[in-house]
Structures are given as C-alpha cells and as structure tokens.
Design a binder for this molecule. Structure first.
Ligand SMILES: [Zn+2]
Ligand SMILES: [Zn+2]
Length: 362
C-alpha cells in the first residue's frame, strides 16, 4: 500500500471542454466514513454530456463547480472513521456513486440514485468530491465489496455502467429465447452486448454511427451483426431476424432516430428499455406500440443490492468489464482522458493509479 500522503491532486471540470488539476488536503474520515486510495476511475458519458463541455445538469445532474469529478470510483480502504460496521483497512471496494439520505422510500429500496432528500442526496463527482483524485472520502453505507477475481478497473465500471445495464436487462428479461437489438455502441452499449452474451441471447445486433465503435463491437465478439445507422435500419434488423424483428431492444444512444428504430424493430409482444439519457423521440403509439402489444421501460442506474448481485455474476461468468477499456491514463494526464472520451473514438477510458496503471491488458 502507498505511504500515506497529506496532500493530493484532484481533477475539476470547469466547463468549456477543459479540466483543471488542483491540490487538496487529504480528507480525514469521520463517523461512518472511509478514506479510499483510488485505483481506477472511469469516465462516463454523462460526465461529458452534463459537465465537461458545459454545466448543463440540474438537480441530481447539477455539477457543483469546484467538486472533484468522477462518479465511477474503485479503490482500497486506507483508513476508517469511528463507527464503521463492515468494512476495514485493506478492503477492496466499489462506491455506489450516489450517497443518499438512507431513510426516504427510494433509499430504503436501495435506489439512492433517486433519493428524494434535497439536503442529503449527494452524488460523488457531482455534489461531493469524486474519484478523479488520489484519495476519496466515502460513506461506508455506499460501498460494495470487490472480490479478488475482479480488478479495480473491472470494479470501476460496475459503479455506473454495468450496474445500469444489468438493471435494464433484468427489467426486460433476456434469455436464449431472444434476439436483442442495441442502439448505440458506446461503453454502455458494449456493456449491454457483453451481458446479453452471458445471459444467452440468441442473436445480438448493434447499431452505431461511429465506425470505430462498430469495429470494436465486432472485434471483441460482442455483437453478431453490426449496422451503420441509417434510414433502412428497421428493415435491416427485420431481415436479420426472419422478417419478425427482435424480441428485446435496448437504447443506449439517446438519439431520436435510434430510439424510434429500437421501438419499430422490436416484434409483437417485445420489450424495449431506454437507458440513454436526454434528447427526444417520436413514434406512433398505435402503430408502433399498442397494436403490437409492446412494452417500453425506462431504467435509471440501479440499486445497491443489484450492484452486489452483478458483482457476483461477473465472477460467476468470468466477465471482465476491464476488457472494454481501450485507454488508461495517469491522473496527471486527465485532460487527455476527457478529450479522448469526448471524441467517442474509443471504448471505455480509465484514469488509473498504482498497479492498475501498469496493466496494459488483463
Ligand atoms: Zn455514469
Ligand atoms: Zn433518500
């Protein structure tokens, strides 16, 4: 373990597609809190969409200027405050990225993402300091144990990406009965394909506009078929599924045309889930949904118990989210990490520390 420091660096996102590295005092854990040595902190699409270019978010997506960014943190506990009940120094942990009040109905269901307490709900990397720093102060109740079979970079992606996808897939149900369409093959779309594969999906079809993403989905063996997005996508998907369309569709793009494709390329009695955030969609409720008896779900992040469940499944399936990471950067080069992620010409981008920085591939 790294010798204990008094000062640390943390990355801020001032807007205007910039990053700023600033010196902070290493925080002292209070009651029920732990200090975590960061090992991996991955960049999320929502960091780019709501913070990096400009501060667009409101309410739960409102970034407080001056906060250390990064809501996909994973690391090792170096110090615990008084009153901790389960975790101790040396434990490897993932942080559920929203700290909730703990006593509202949403928190009691484990969905701190939608905690209704304006006073106590604080997301790491948004309204309280996040993982783009040498150390992170977290509440013990927000921690999920990281098993030895998974690396810290695996764990960082459970926090937001894989957890969010697993929740959406559990809502629509995916099995060997199903052909699945994924619109949008960014990190969330690739995670969807990886999980659908393990859940036994019969055929996985991916659509994206960016060639690098289509190539990555194919080269990693995650999609059986990839299509460049275009006006003929619905007909193309039907042609790949015996003229019927897919049983399940997952939108990870938030693009209006892609969302409409996800709905229209789904067959009768099929189920669709929207994971991609923002934007709009237009479709004909009768022709596209009602008469075909389809169900459309919305799904926002996940609960902390389901996050524990996906961690267990990743070990069972020998599935390593780190395989989706195409680029690793040290904290000193955090600016390059965000620039690359904003370009979309990559898989997942991770800021890494210590042993995770020297690993080029698992
Ligand atoms: Zn995220
Ligand atoms: Zn709450």
């Amino acid at each position: 373990m790294k010798p204990f420091d008094k000062e640390m660096l943390g990355a801020l996102l001032p807007g205007n597609s910039t990053t700023e590295l600033k010196q902070f005092t290493v925080p002292e854990p209070g009651h029920g809190e732990v200090l975590i040595r960061m090992k991996a902190s991955t960049i999320c699409g929502s960091d780019i969409r709501c913070i990096y270019h400009e501060h667009l978010g409101k309410g739960p997506e409102g970034y407080q200027p001056g906060m250390i960014a990064g809501h996909e943190p994973c690391g090792q506990i170096v110090k615990t405050g008084p009153g901790c009940r389960r975790f101790s120094k040396g434990n490897r942990v993932i942080v559920y990225h929203i700290s909730g009040c703990g006593v509202c109905n949403d928190c009691r269901r484990g969905y701190m993402i939608s905690c209704t307490s304006e006073k106590y709900r604080r997301a790491y990397g948004w309204q309280r300091n996040g993982g783009m720093a040498d150390y992170l102060l977290a509440e013990e109740k927000d921690l999920v144990h990281l098993p030895d079979e998974l690396s810290y970079v695996d764990g960082a992606q459970v926090a937001c990406g894989f957890g969010t996808v697993y929740e959406g897939l559990e809502k629509i149900g995916v099995s060997g009965n199903d052909a699945v369409l994924i619109t949008g093959l960014g990190p969330v779309g690739l995670a969807t394909a990886a999980l659908c594969r393990k859940l036994g999906a019969n055929k996985i079809i991916g659509i994206d506009v960016i060639k690098e993403r289509l190539d990555l989905a194919r080269s990693l063996g995650l999609c059986d078929e990839v299509l460049a997005s275009g006006a003929d996508n619905v007909a193309e998907v039907r042609a790949l599924t015996g003229g019927n369309g897919v049983e399940r569709a997952v939108d990870c793009s938030a693009h209006p045309a892609a969302r409409a494709t996800a709905i229209r390329a789904t067959r009768k009695w099929g189920r669709i889930v929207f994971l991609g955030e923002g934007g709009k969609v237009e479709f004909n409720p009768s022709g596209d949904m009602i008469h075909d008896q389809k169900t459309l779900y919305g799904s926002w992040v996940t609960s902390i118990w389901r996050m524990e469940e996906i961690v267990e499944r990743l070990v069972r399936w020998n599935l390593h989210p780190a395989d989706l990471v195409t680029h690793r950067f040290p904290l000193a080069k955090v600016a390059d990490a965000y620039t690359l992620m904003a370009s979309g010409r990559c898989g997942k981008v991770a800021v890494c520390f210590d042993e995770e920085l020297t690993v080029s591939a698992r």
